[in-house]
Write a protein that binds this ligand. Structure first.
Ligand code: JA2
Length: 345
């Protein structure tokens, strides 16, 4: 944040001045709610939300897509565009798919890169296999978000799993993924998969004590996904887990979002038996790194950094990022991040 930004201390509201914004942002001030402790001093209504997001093709200039966003001020990831394949507004967000010169097809929601064909495995394998290999015998798995289908593809590699439910609020994300990201969307072909087009919180409300693993594969806490980074949503996941269950959520970046990660982890630590942060490296996400918040329910559960199972040698050969060694290593944080997130010395 620039020195012109003022953080409303003790709350979850950030007031970001125009000086820290890209020049083409339309409004003078932006209220970005990280909604970490669900005390909202300023209401964050849907009108305001729409002003926070870019339209995908506004961000293409001279044949390059520039990913600018309020959550990574002063920096932008750029990808060279070969062809725009789809661009439209869904009921929830701006949806853009383009073919890039070096990263394959790219899915962008509200101006933010969600998936590229080149590096998607680094994210999909880790968000799925960290909780699944930490669990001794996962049977029922819930995915919230993740409409591209890549997480489904990874979950289907676990033979113990009998039911996989995907709850995605925006059907258009599923449709464009089936059309333009077939290597991810093939996850929908597994017969164990059931798709619900609905709000994940509502679905969990109706399905208590039901899942061994819940994976929340969400976009960033701006727009429709912002509630997924709030404590009540973690409480809902807790209630929807079986005893011994594990949640794994998109947990943002240690280079950019320690002010989001630390209070969120703190706020859920009383309820969950273990709460940890692990990460993967991925060139197409801001600063090349993204983390996962992994938390377990039940007295018997040990830390998730220790895998309870290992991939078979056959599966190990198919995996491109995850291995048992990578599992443990993903929880080892640089000293500055460990201190900021867990307050250790
Ligand atoms: N990618 C997705 C998704 C939900 C639906 C479809 C694709 C992600 N969540 C992860 C996005 C990470 C964004 C980092 N700035």
């Amino acid at each position: 944040m620039s020195k012109n930004s003022s953080k409303n201390s003790g709350s979850d509201l950030w007031l970001v001045s125009r000086h820290s914004m890209p020049a083409d942002f339309p409004d003078a001030y932006y209220f970005v709610s990280f909604s970490l402790v669900h005390i909202l001093p300023v209401s964050f209504d849907s009108t305001l939300r729409t002003h926070l997001s870019h339209s995908g093709t506004d961000l293409i200039k001279d044949g390059w897509f520039h990913e600018r966003g309020v959550l990574w001020p002063g920096q932008a990831m750029s990808l060279q565009v070969k062809e725009v394949l789809d661009h439209h507004k869904s009921d929830f967000q701006d949806v853009l798919v383009f073919e890039s010169t070096n990263f394959g097809n790219v899915l962008v929601l509200d101006g933010v890169i969600q998936v590229t064909e080149r590096d998607e495995f680094a994210y999909q394998e880790m968000i799925a296999h960290l909780p699944l290999f930490a669990h001794p015998n996962p049977k029922k798995v819930l995915v919230i978000g993740g409409g591209d289908g890549g997480v489904l593809r990874e979950i289907a590699k676990h033979e113990s799993v009998t039911e996989i439910t995907l709850c995605e609020i925006d059907k258009d994300v599923i449709d464009v993924s089936k059309k333009y990201l077939p290597e991810l969307a093939k996850g929908y072909d597994d017969p164990r998969v059931t798709v619900k087009i609905m709000d994940g919180a509502k679905f969990m409300e109706e399905n208590k004590d039901s899942f061994d693993v819940i994976i929340t594969d969400s976009s960033d806490p701006v727009g429709p996904a912002s509630v997924l980074f709030e404590t009540p949503f973690y409480n809902a996941m807790y209630d929807s887990l079986c005893d011994g269950g594990i949640v794994c959520t998109q947990g943002e970046c240690i280079w950019l979002h320690l002010d989001l990660i630390h209070p969120l982890i703190k706020s859920i630590s009383d309820k969950f038996s273990t709460v940890e942060y692990a990460y993967t490296t991925i060139p197409s996400y801001p600063s090349g790194q993204i983390g996962f918040i992994i938390a377990s329910k039940g007295g018997k559960s040990g830390p998730c950094k220790v895998p309870a199972r290992q991939p078979s040698s056959e599966l190990a050969k198919q995996l491109k990022y995850y291995s048992s060694e990578v599992h443990g290593a993903a929880f080892v944080l640089p000293a500055f991040a460990r201190r900021a997130i867990f307050g250790d010395s």
